[in-house]
Design a protein around this ligand. Sequence first.
Ligand code: PMV
Length: 304
Amino acid sequence: MKIKVSAPGKLMLLGEHAVVYGYPCLVTAVDKRLYVQAEIINNKEDEIIAPQVKESRFVLESIAQFKAKFGLEKSVRIITKGDFSHRVGLGSSSAVTVATFKALSLLFKLPLTLREIFDLSYKVNLSIQGVGSGFDLATATYGRTIFFVTGGKIIEPLKINPLPLVVGYSGIKADTPFYIRKVAEAFKRRKEDLNQIFNEITKLVYQAKKAILKSEFKLLGELMTKNHQWLKKLGVSVPKLDKMVMAALEGGAYGAKLSGAGGGDCMIALVDQKNRRKVESAIKKIGGEIIKTKTNAKGVKLEI
Ligand code: PMV
């Protein structure tokens, strides 16, 4: 028997970096998915074919944790496919981790709740990367748009309409652990300063949560742009991302910001649908690549 499961990628809307320090963030699941096919095999070793993900370690570690939890000895073959590669920073490692747990639980008929999938995935993530808030795993697990606090202290899916987002890929692969460490170094030296930045970002996150729930996109856009300014102060933006954000704003976006750790990957802009084309071409003109995607995607699910 083969089981096929998929989990969505993610985009951070507001609150990155602050969320590593116990503050909240807002994140949305996108309709670019990662697929995991699992089957039991008779070999001594597990077999992993995972070209989309940066490291098959995430799959290997997930299998190991699952087997340890349930005392299993059988071997499995895991094959992954994806609508996106790890290059763009949409969270392929998180999606593959979550999808592997779901696939194994269905394959062995050993039920796991969404909370259990998140907790197991977070353990895998910490054991491999040592850092991270887990926001990406919550998104891959629960889908939709989520208000999230560090380590899953709060995982609150919001009932909202899809967001009119434009996503621009910078062409630069971001090194998330590097930027998390960079902020951690700064935190050691300028703790008060950084706590103040995180507090300001947190105010924006709470205002943005209200704005999202009321579909007040103009306000939400303004809050996103302010969040970008704080991220610049934090030292995680790079000229290419700043230029793309400026281009989007000049093209008429309600607001724009980098999304994720910084240093590269994607920026996002919130638009009035009638301005979408203009904003997209402004981003393309300065070398950004538009990634067509919808927000509020479904969380981890069985594929038939
Ligand atoms: O680079 P991304 O898209 O994985 O986002 C990282 C966001 C951080 O807040 C910097 C880290 C985290 O785990 O929350």
